[in-house]
Design a protein around this ligand. Sequence first.
Ligand SMILES: [Zn+2]
Ligand SMILES: [Zn+2]
Length: 361
Amino acid sequence: MRLAGTLSVLVLGFGLAAVPAAAQDGADDTLEIYVVDVEGGEATLFVAPSGESMLFDTGWPGFDGRDANRIAAAAADAGADAIDHLIVTHFHGDHMGGAHQLAERLPVGSFIDHGTTVDEGERQLDAFARYVDLRETARHVVAAPGDRVPIEGLDVRILASAGDVLDVPLPGAGGANPFCEGFTFHGEDITSRYGNAEDDQSISTFVGFGRFRTVIMGDLNWNREHDLMCPEDRIGTVDLYLVSHHGSETSGSEALAHAIAPRAAVMNNGPRKGGAAQTFEILRAAPSPPDIWQNHYSIPAGDGNAPEAFIANLDEGVEMPDGRTVHMGDAHWIHISARRDGSFTVTNSRNGFSRDYPARQ
Ligand SMILES: [Zn+2]
Ligand SMILES: [Zn+2]
């Protein structure tokens, strides 16, 4: 913890000198969140008012650092010179894959992850070994439910890690969750179909900033959501839901998505990855349905997609056999600027379309 604090002070001092004019204009005590397009992977950057930064995941490897470049562009937009805390939610290629290329572009203060991969394939084990080499070059923290990530001004708490979930509810939460009724567990067929033991190890995280609340789930599985949310709701309501698992149908149950009652949901999907029709249906069936913002148009969702103004990237790219999408051109992000009173603004960087969400009553 002491090392992280020292690092933050250094970065803050350095960062202030380098903050671009545009970021200074917007630096009036806001939490900036960038949902970076990494073609169906995950990369979400948080920058606190102090300038301290926290990145969830690094996108895919390869492509000459395409995803790392996109993350670096978001960091530059926020005036961040470093990633103070890198949370690798789990050890899949679309989350951990870009770590080396990112570290070549931005210094990483600490690596936070769930420990060791449970994947057994040779390719996955090789990729994990390369990541371990990298995390050994900096501070490394294995997260457990209930842990906090120390960032001045933010309340960052680990909700799930390595298959364990928070057992003591967050302050203000803990009531019976009415959306557990009728919960349908996913059986062997869907588990084997999507083969995702490592997803289930995901770090899920709550981030509070004054009255503003959000959750970012990684790829935590549908069945594990039940452990976290039933019978008592351990999260409570949030303003912003960073949609679990790219919007895949193996996550995002009513027990989670309805209980947290977000006003905006931002999905980091690819053209063919995540963005399941079922996920849109569940979000829209909520008692108070959130606006849905997407990083990509979803081919599988078809008519279920949000209106075009809410979608950051409309291109379809070319899908490779391993699930990666080749698209090297311009990419756009969804940007959230949140204030301590709980109000926030979501902006689509492709078209400048934005929407203001007032403080909750
Ligand atoms: Zn993923
Ligand atoms: Zn995954």
